[in-house]
Design a protein around this ligand. Structure first.
Ligand SMILES: Nc1ncnc2c1ncn2[C@@H]1O[C@H](COP(=O)(O)OP(=O)(O)OP(=O)(O)O)[C@@H](O)[C@H]1O
Ligand SMILES: [Mg+2]
Length: 362
């Protein structure tokens, strides 16, 4: 096998990793859905998960499969104007009525007529593409989607499905945002979509993949070093790439033909610093103060798993008072329920971060 040059790990949002770990079942189901033709359930997929869990690269992988089947693939981010961008990608010409998708037009007056005209154009373009070998649309970051555009796309999707068009759609976004969006009763197409919730990767798969990836670049690694890296990655896809990247680099700087425990320690330390600033800090920044306080109280609890009663006591509130914060955090996949009346952090290193920065949050 030809040896790869350069660092194989890709700790960058949206960049395909050297190996897509733990997603075989999802990809196989999608493949089956394409094989089985219009109407197969996995042709409409809603992917949710916290930052860095691998939503975008999963969309990339779905796109690769769809291309194998001769589908045209359109990838768009769901911020304002996405319907227009899909139309442009399909027709390779700017839409005449691009202005009609301004968010101020919430389906009233003249605006709604323009909007439905625009939707019809979009629907027609999608139908045409589906007839030329199939069409997959991936919509990423759906937490940013203007609700009227999402509804517009949804109407057209429903029409295409009724027409048994050869289409597939995959949506991805942060968990709460996705739930909020489908909570809006007009978005039934999202409620019907198969829900894929991305969470931790199994350690054995992470360890195996790290070993393979190191070896493919000519670096020997023994099981105990791989175990150190696997532990540090904590099943979190972005952390797998960070740990791999900085450890590989540490070995490379020594001109090393192997990865030592010392390389791993250096790599893990640098990975942790990056993970804090690129994942944990942004998650906390998005949260309302009370939810951050809830997390802080969790971090300060000594019991494992953490008792929700103890968290509430620390906040000086009743369990009932804190239940809405807890629910929001669980919905956002930041914490998880582990048993009756107990919770734990779902994002690695969040507890350590909160304790180290407690003063900033108080
Ligand atoms: N299954 C996987 N196996 C290995 N690495 C992965 C996997 N999924 C994602 N990664 C890596 O994790 C990082 C984050 O992936 P990605 O950008 O897809 O996450 P995301 O969920 O879209 O994050 P965000 O919410 O910030 O957009 C990338 O460096 C990517 O290469
Ligand atoms: Mg992403």
């Amino acid at each position: 096998m030809a040896q790869q040059r350069g660092n194989p790990f890709k700790p960058t949002a949206g960049m395909n990793p050297p190996e897509l770990i733990g997603r075989d079942e999802i990809l196989n189901d999608f493949r089956d859905a394409l094989e089985n033709g219009p109407g197969a359930p996995d042709r409409l997929m809603r992917i949710s998960g916290v930052r860095g869990v691998g939503k975008t690269v999963l969309l990339n992988a779905l796109g690769d499969i769809a291309r194998e089947y001769g589908f045209q693939v359109v990838d768009v981010a769901a911020n304002k104007g996405f319907c227009d961008r899909i139309l442009k990608a399909l027709t390779r010409r700017p839409a005449l009525n691009a202005l009609s998708v301004a968010p101020s037009i919430m389906g009233v007056g003249l605006g709604s007529i323009e909007l439905s005209k625009h939707e019809a154009d979009l629907g027609e373009a999608m139908l045409t593409a589906s007839q030329k070998g199939g069409l997959l649309i991936t919509l990423d970051e759906i937490q940013d989607a203007p609700i009227d555009e999402l509804r517009g796309l949804g109407n057209e999707i429903q029409l295409l499905i009724r027409q048994e068009a050869n289409v597939a759609f995959a949506f991805a976004g942060l968990p709460t945002a996705v739930d909020d969006a489908i909570g809006a009763d007009t978005l039934t197409f999202l409620q019907r979509a198969k829900h894929v919730e991305l969470s931790k990767l199994p350690d054995f798969a992470v360890g195996e993949s790290i070993e393979d990836t190191m070896r493919r670049t000519g670096k020997a690694i023994d099981g105990s070093v791989a175990a150190l890296l696997t532990d540090a990655a904590a099943g979190y896809p972005f952390m797998v790439q960070l740990v791999g990247y900085y450890t590989w680099q540490a070995s490379e700087r020594r001109g090393g033909e192997s990865v030592t425990a010392e390389d791993a320690r250096t790599g893990i330390e640098r990975a942790r610093a990056n993970f804090d600033s690129m994942v944990i800090a942004p998650i906390l920044r998005r949260l309302p103060q009370r939810q951050v306080e809830y997390l802080l109280a969790m971090a300060q609890c000594d019991d494992d798993p953490i008792s929700t009663g103890e968290v509430s006591r620390r906040m000086g509130l009743s369990t009932k008072d804190t239940s809405s914060y807890r629910k929001r955090l669980i919905d956002a996949a930041i914490i998880e329920r582990v048993g009756y009346g107990t919770v734990d952090f779902a994002v690695p290193y969040m507890r350590e971060y909160l304790l180290a920065h407690a003063d900033d949050f108080a």
